[in-house]
Design a protein around this ligand. Structure first.
Ligand code: PLP
Length: 496
């Protein structure tokens, strides 16, 4: 049965998967959701002998029903290839009592690669299917990780161009180096004299400028968005939940049919929502543990049914989870309301106007799949330390949040269900923080952070890090934070 997509706020329905991927966001500002949840049509026994690409096909075909088998397989094999530093694509590592699903073996060493290596191929295929021959122009503002993953994903993909704006002083030195060394004939990277909000605001204004869009259309170009609300980013993320389950059965760690938990370090709620979709497919998942850092707006939401973004914002060791509005939560709200688009639109309007909303007791009753908790900065550091010294395993601060929250919950509830901790970044991406947590002095004079971490752990420095360190700087544009300066950068890039 075909799956079509509709807006969480009701304006659009009956949209094909390929159209939803091209549009990104519905015209009423809502997010595209499937009209029903398909079920896996392969058994665990059938999935066990398959490699990651084959499992990806079996999962993605259920949601992207208007893609042909050949189109989908092409996208998958272009995404999950030698760019990953392991043939397994997603290895699962046992340490102490947990299983760590490593989603960081792609080109930028973080989990965003799982979807952003795939999205450009889904988009160009979707454009072809819809007889849309306009060139796709991706415009992104980034606070660090997403920008690099999007650049790496779209670089030299025919039929696309990508322009990324980042706050010149708002990303880590390594993140900046990752972006300004990006190769590719179709990429542009610009630092702005402003913060992430300035970059985001400018991009939104340029993106929604009707006159500019019309001018671009005349030149055979159109804007599209690579941010995490695109259904083309969500679907590839469902795959690894299915994958992890089949690997645990294969290794005799669980019986087929036995329930497991996943603990997920959460920011925008995209990763954990993909876990929820995997459960709807039929994967035996007991609890999805929604783990936050001290920006714990989601912990409060699951505890009280009130989402309130009026709160202090903290900069933490796990920056990719420093968020007060988790945009993908809107999809969950829609599902637990029984598909009530009017109600979802009302709640989102309340969030916009008042900064908060409350869900009904009936809706709260449907949240039993989730457990929520948060780890403060001290717990996060202690978790990295404990895993390293007691479990001989190095984890990054985001993964440590998920691991710490799970541990706390396990002891408190005495729930010894086998648990997979979703591991979202390489520790080498956060070498300073990890070394500090392990009791070393990352500010010691002359220290080479990655070399120090490598010697301490016995792990090689990932080749992705070494490549960036020796790559030439290719981008040095800087612009002011006003919209006009940013638009001029975009225009010069597009030859307009
Ligand atoms: C983006 C990101 C997260 C959060 O994922 P969401 O889908 O936004 O919840 C966690 N860890 C790392 C390293 C990330 O880059």
């Amino acid at each position: 049965m075909n799956v079509t997509y509709q807006s969480t706020r009701g304006s659009e329905s009956g949209i094909t998967a390929s159209q939803a991927i091209l549009k990104g966001l519905a015209s009423d500002g809502g997010l595209f959701v499937p009209d029903h949840f398909p079920k896996l049509d392969k058994t665990v026994e059938e999935l066990i002998p398959m490699n990651y690409r084959e499992v990806a096909y079996e999962v993605m075909k259920l949601f992207l029903t208007d893609f042909t088998a050949k189109e989908l397989k092409d996208c998958i094999s272009k995404a999950y290839d030698k760019k990953f530093d392991t043939d397994e694509i997603v290895p699962i590592h046992r340490a102490l009592t947990g299983y760590y699903m490593e989603l960081y073996h792609g080109p930028t060493l973080a989990f965003k690669d799982m979807a952003l290596t795939m999205l450009p191929h889904l988009m160009t295929t979707a454009a072809k299917k819809n007889h849309d021959d306009k060139e796709i122009v991706i415009l992104t503002a980034t606070s660090g990780d997403t920008g690099k993953a999007a650049l790496a994903g779209f670089a030299d993909v025919p039929g696309t161009k990508i322009c990324v704006f980042y706050p010149k002083k708002g990303v880590s030195p390594f993140q900046e180096l990752q972006m300004v060394t990006q190769k590719g004939k179709n990429v542009k990277v610009v630092g702005i004299n402003g913060n992430f909000d300035d970059a985001q605001t400018g991009v939104k204004q340029i993106f929604t400028d009707e006159a500019l869009r019309a001018e671009m259309a005349k030149k055979g170009m159109q804007f599209s968005s690579a941010n995490s609300i695109n259904i083309g980013r969500l679907v590839p993320q469902i795959v690894y939940y299915v994958w992890a389950y089949t690997r645990l059965v294969k290794e005799d760690i669980i019986r087929n049919g036995e329930e497991i938990n996943f603990s997920v370090p959460t920011g925008n709620f995209g990763d954990i929502l993909a876990g929820y979709y995997a459960k709807q497919l039929g994967v035996p998942i007991r609890h999805l543990i929604c783990a936050s850092n001290i920006n714990n707006v989601l912990t409060d939401f699951f505890e009280t049914g009130i989402y309130d973004k009026n709160r202090e914002f903290f900069v933490t060791q796990s920056p990719s989870m420093d968020i007060v509005v988790s945009s993908n939560l809107e999809r969950l709200i829609y599902h637990i309301s029984g598909g009530d688009a009017q109600l979802t639109a009302d709640l989102m309007e309340r969030l916009r106007v008042r900064g908060s909303y409350e869900i009904s007791a009936e809706m709260r009753d449907k949240l039993t799949d989730f457990i929520a908790g948060y780890a403060d900065e001290g717990q996060t550091a202690r978790e990295m330390r404990a895993l390293f010294y007691d479990g001989n395993y190095l984890i990054d601060p985001h993964t440590a949040v998920a691991s710490g929250v799970w541990e706390y919950y396990r002891e408190k509830k005495n729930d010894w269900t086998r648990t997979v901790v979703v591991s979202t970044a390489s520790p080498f991406k956060f070498a300073w923080t990890v070394l500090a947590a392990l009791g070393k002095d990352p500010d010691a004079p002359g220290i080479d952070l990655e070399k120090e971490l490598s010697e301490l752990s016995g792990l090689p420095i990932p080749k992705q890090v070494l490549e960036v360190r020796k790559a030439p700087v290719l981008h040095n544009e800087i612009c002011n934070r006003d919209r006009l300066s940013m638009e001029l950068e975009v225009r010069s890039f597009l030859g307009m």
